[in-house]
Design a protein around this ligand. Structure first.
Ligand code: HSE
Length: 320
């Protein structure tokens, strides 16, 4: 029996300064796996393909499996390889909350392509995997933007250039990424609807200046410049009102010493970057900010996940 299990970590799109351009994969510092998993098992040709969802957020997925992103990703993968897939038993372990701003759709799509690719003997390179997962994820988010898909697939803090393949940026040592996941949902498509179609020349210049300075600060480890630039001038002002407790959590994190705090992806999750020693206080402040607004939030102290999506088990017996 052939069997593959692939994991894709949680992601932070935009990474404050880089709307649709920067993103990071993250992992809890306590070592737990935080993300989505896809398992594939071959079944006999006589059996029908099956799709099962398990995990804490399985109940939040569409009831009809044909609407599930993993199932839709199968078709894109088969199209990209030109090889039809045989009957398969597929299981999605949904470890990320849906509509959370944590790259939940991207993680499902990425875990699916990585599992399918391993199962098929690796026909697609990482550029093609990115293309297939990006295409699949755009079904969920309503637009193609790779700032979640790319880091979740490749790992690291990633810059998505205008034309060429994503590039990995350095992340200064000694910094933690604290992530608060409030008990709220916000669809990316809705959070994109509130954004203006056009922005002024003045804002364009300030945004370019901020993004360029942020990338420079990453390369040089310039803490004051990180503090100055770790913010979102483009999307956050329009989205803040969609997330109850966001401003309170953000202000609390900054008061507790964070270098910056913003919405993770399209929200409602919030992330803060802080010195490792300040991370527990920043985590407490994020949680208290949401709690003060009547919203329960789960907070994790994370690091950048430099590995990204990966195969956890392969070619073994199907576990009973
Ligand atoms: N960059 C996207 C947005 C979300 O902010 O709408 C993550 O892909």
């Amino acid at each position: 029996v052939r069997y593959v299990r692939a994991f894709a970590p949680a992601g932070i799109g935009n990474f404050a300064a880089g709307f649709d351009v920067l993103g990071a994969a993250v992992a809890p510092v306590n070592g737990g796996l935080w993300g989505d998993m896809v398992e594939i098992a071959e079944i006999t040709a006589a059996d029908e393909s099956s799709f099962t969802c398990t995990g804490p957020f399985a109940h939040r997925l569409p009831a009809d499996p044909r609407d599930n992103l993993v199932v839709r990703t199968l078709a894109f993968f088969a199209e990209a390889t030109g090889i039809p897939l045989p009957p398969l038993a597929i299981t999605l372990h949904k470890g990320l909350p849906v509509k959370s701003g944590l790259g939940s759709s991207a993680a499902s799509a990425v875990a699916a392509v990585v599992a399918l690719n391993a199962w098929s003997g690796g026909p697609l390179d990482s550029a093609r995997l990115l293309e297939v997962a990006g295409r699949a994820e755009s079904l969920a988010s309503g637009a193609l933007h790779l700032d979640n898909v790319a880091p979740i697939l490749l790992g690291g803090l990633i810059l998505v250039p205008p034309e060429s393949l994503p590039r990995r940026l350095p992340f200064p040592t000694g910094l933690a990424v604290v992530v608060a996941s409030p008990a709220l949902e916000l669809a990316t498509v809705e959070a994109r609807r509130v954004l203006p179609k056009d922005v002024s020349l003045g804002l364009t210049v300030v945004h370019a200046q901020n993004l360029a300075a942020f990338v420079h600060a990453l390369h040089t480890g310039d803490r004051p410049l990180l503090r100055e630039t770790l913010h979102d001038l483009l999307a956050e002002p329009f989205r803040a009102g969609l997330v109850r407790g966001f401003r309170e959590a953000q202000q609390g994190a900054l008061k507790a010493g964070a270098l910056g705090a913003s919405l993770s992806g399209a929200g409602p999750a919030v992330f803060a970057v802080a010195e490792e020693g300040d991370a527990p206080a920043v985590a407490a402040a994020l949680e208290a900010g949401f709690r003060g607004a009547g919203v329960a939030a789960t907070v994790r102290i994370c690091r950048i996940d430099e590995r990204g999506a990966r195969v956890l088990a392969e070619e073994g017996e199907v576990p009973s």
